[in-house]
Design a protein around this ligand. Structure first.
Ligand code: ZN
Ligand code: ZN
Length: 134
């Protein structure tokens, strides 16, 4: 079981099963909501359970160019990712309290990263979403 929570502790969640991927996302939404980029954990929606504070989760609508809502704690503003959406979950790994076991393998949406931030590792880089570039 992988546990996570927001900064104030009102929102708590648990992930059972194995996550399918961990990626660094450099899209403009992650940049503005979470810092310069965010580490995004993806897995099966059925594996995610919100154990506290479901009513504390605010949802920022996706807008025309994004498919997913962006969730955050109403109280402390902690970025939670997109939570469960369709058949998968997309969680901001920064909200995890436990080690998810897997390590980041790719950088995605590098086309949106700011010029002042330089990626200094050898992981694969995708200008957009690697799912659509595969
Ligand atoms: Zn909170
Ligand atoms: Zn992003």
């Amino acid at each position: 079981m992988i546990k996570g929570s927001c900064l104030c502790g009102k929102v708590k969640f648990e992930i059972s099963g194995e996550p399918s991927s961990l990626s660094y996302c450099h899209c403009s939404r992650c940049r503005k909501a979470a810092g310069v980029f965010s580490a995004v954990l993806i897995g099966k929606a059925d594996d995610l359970r919100v154990t506290a504070g479901q009513d504390q989760i605010a949802k920022f609508p996706p807008g025309p160019e994004w498919k997913l809502e962006r969730c955050f704690c109403k109280e402390c503003g902690t970025s939670l990712g997109d939570m469960a959406t369709g058949d998968m979950y997309v969680i901001a790994a920064s909200a995890l309290d436990d080690d998810p076991g897997i390590r980041p393998t790719v950088h995605i949406h590098t086309g949106s990263k700011p010029d002042w931030y330089q990626i200094d590792d050898d992981l694969k880089k995708f200008e957009g979403d690697y799912i659509s570039e595969k």
